[in-house]
Write a protein that binds this ligand. Structure first.
Ligand code: DX5
Ligand code: ZN
Length: 228
């Protein structure tokens, strides 16, 4: 079975019982917690900030994967690092100086990631791939959970996979390729076959009665779709 990571998005969790919810998905086999930060400015929704990250940090021992959908980006980065984030990803359009923001995340002790909206060109990777630990391809427009997967994302994932592999051949550096939006047990196989190795799923996991069965079904679908 390929080494894939499943990252449930807390956006679809029951916020009245958030501690229990993150503990439950980790017990069900989640590899990371995906933490969606929305500011009602860069995206038309408002979610949670560093206080909530800090609150769930002691509850689980898996990495916290912070997805910043905020503008400006830089001011909030050290606060999330202090709150226990492990990965911090941001949208390049939301930062005035992409290289500086990547450096800031790294200097704060976290792994930097770059996020691509459905219409954001991959050219942002031309001068940044050697600096990041993660590339996140959005398969919905950011702002809401429960949206439908945009199939064109598969082409983008294939292209990023080629870039990451070419870069790895030259430098030996491993970069995670994550996909976010509308990921479910019935399409995760095709997404993995396109080259993604890290999968965000909000409504598909937190909307299910049995978290473990859902995560197991996702892993099985990936194994079936990527078997040589
Ligand atoms: C969308 C968020 C996603 C979202 C995923 O802006 O970045 O992480 O919560 O939710 P689902 O899996 O329901 O599409
Ligand atoms: Zn997200």
């Amino acid at each position: 079975m390929p080494a894939i990571l499943i990252a449930p998005s807390i956006l679809s969790a029951d916020f009245a019982r958030l501690g229990e919810e993150v503990r439950a998905v980790v017990a069900a086999g989640a590899d990371m917690i995906h933490f969606d930060v929305m500011d009602n400015h860069y995206v038309p929704n408002l979610s949670v900030g560093p206080l909530v990250c800090e609150a769930i940090r002691p509850v689980v021992d898996v990495p916290i994967d912070v997805h910043l959908m905020v503008r400006p980006v830089d001011r909030i980065v050290p606060e999330f690092a202090k709150a226990g984030a492990n990965i911090i990803s941001f949208h390049p359009e939301a930062s005035e100086h992409v290289d500086r923001t990547i450096g800031l995340i790294r200097d704060s002790g976290c792994k930097p990631g770059l996020v691509f909206n459905p219409a954001t060109p991959l050219s942002y990777l031309d001068h940044t791939l050697h600096l990041v630990d993660l590339v996140l391809i959005m398969s919905v427009n950011p702002g809401f959970g429960g949206q439908k997967f945009i199939p064109h994302a598969l082409e983008k994932i294939r292209e990023v996979r080629q870039r990451i592999d070419a870069n790895a051949q030259k430098t030996g550096r491993k970069v995670m390729l994550e996909v976010d939006g509308g990921v479910k047990a019935d399409n995760i196989g095709a997404i993995a076959a396109a080259g993604a190795d890290t999968f965000v799923a909000g409504s598909a996991i937190f909307g299910a009665d049995d978290y473990a069965a859902t995560i197991t079904a996702m892993r099985k679908a990936v194994a079936d779709a990527t078997r040589a």
